[in-house]
Design a protein around this ligand. Sequence first.
Ligand SMILES: NC(=O)c1ccc[n+]([C@@H]2O[C@H](COP(=O)([O-])OP(=O)(O)OC[C@H]3O[C@@H](n4cnc5c(N)ncnc54)[C@H](O)[C@@H]3O)[C@@H](O)[C@H]2O)c1
Length: 383
Amino acid sequence: MAIKAAVVGVGFIGAVHIEALRRLNGIEVAGLMHSSPEKSRRKAEQLGIPRHYSNYEELLADSEIESVHICTPNNMHYEMAKQALLAGKHVVCEKPLTVSIAEAEELNLLAERSGLVHAICFNIRYYPLLQQLKAMVQQGELGEIFAVNGSYMQDWLCLDTDYNWRVEPELSGQSRAIADIGSHWMDLLESATGLSVTEVMADFVTVHNTRKKPLKALETYTGKVEENDPSQYEEVAIHTEDYANVLLRLSNGARGSFTASQVHAGRKNRAYIEIAGTRQTVSFDSEHPSYLWVGKRDGSNLVMMKDPSLLHPDARRYADYPGGHNEGYPDTFKQLFKDIYEAISSKATNRAANHPDFRDGLREQLLCEGIVRSHREGKWISI
Ligand SMILES: NC(=O)c1ccc[n+]([C@@H]2O[C@H](COP(=O)([O-])OP(=O)(O)OC[C@H]3O[C@@H](n4cnc5c(N)ncnc54)[C@H](O)[C@@H]3O)[C@@H](O)[C@H]2O)c1
């Protein structure tokens, strides 16, 4: 029988979860909860989901629902994840796990004791060629890694008329560009290389010190106010970073750096990583996810095109389409959920699971708070 899942919060990413879950066998998106009973009813009808709930207690009381996907703004993750675990549900939480280290630690303890499957959506790891990159590192093909550099850049907050709950620390947390997208980049660095970030040195910039807040709330990526119509917005002060640079020291003595920006015009959603070892350099750009660049000193560089038949066996399971048939952002969620639901259906404990979980959520919280502290205090911070 299919595992019944419920999704909470159906804005941008909740819809991505629903679509990805529906592409997998053995899972039914059985329930949905949105921001009000009426909106829940309408969304459920629109998306053909049989059950909708008026409130979270009602959802958790539904004994047929086995897993809950939390896709609400950041400040709600902690309480929703906690209540779901206490109600005996497996939890798939969007990143960041929480908005504080203390909350993330508490959730980890609770999740560990519960014996339930817990997961966090660091989906970027799941591009097939990033799994290939990880396998290449593990096989020693890069040699000794001495540098990791890159960036995660977007432009959807480029204008001062661009507004979203993420610019409000009460909803989003103390950090924005770093917590929102830098966290994906650091998770990628650590999961692909097996190295840990040990020290950070950060410098933040808020490009727009004020933004025009629409008087009517907008969902992520759904438009902006008209600049020349002040009746549509109020001017509010912004205190979180639009753009950040971070220097890194890694556990094997390697060095690194990355930039996170939500205001780089033309960079729509570009996660870029370049890993340099003593034998080869490898780089990946998420806006061109079918290609992995391999740099060589003594021969021609090469560009590997995604093709399951050419991938390392550990990476091959994350590519479902033949060479030349591109797999992109939505597929990363499908592959992530494949791992998570394999753990749920096999009743595996999280210790043996492949997917990112609450421990990775806590790790990112530690990194993000260290980075914020480094910017504020203007010095290197040990993690
Ligand atoms: N893994 C990724 O690549 C990725 C990408 C985007 C967003 N996210 C994460 O997903 C979360 C949501 O982001 P988004 O971009 O979808 O935001 P969004 O604003 O588009 O969607 C959030 C939705 O939650 C709803 N909501 C608010 N309060 C609610 C409540 N009490 N109960 C139910 N629904 C409620 C809102 O109405 C909204 O529709 C954030 O934590 C974000 O960091 C992750």
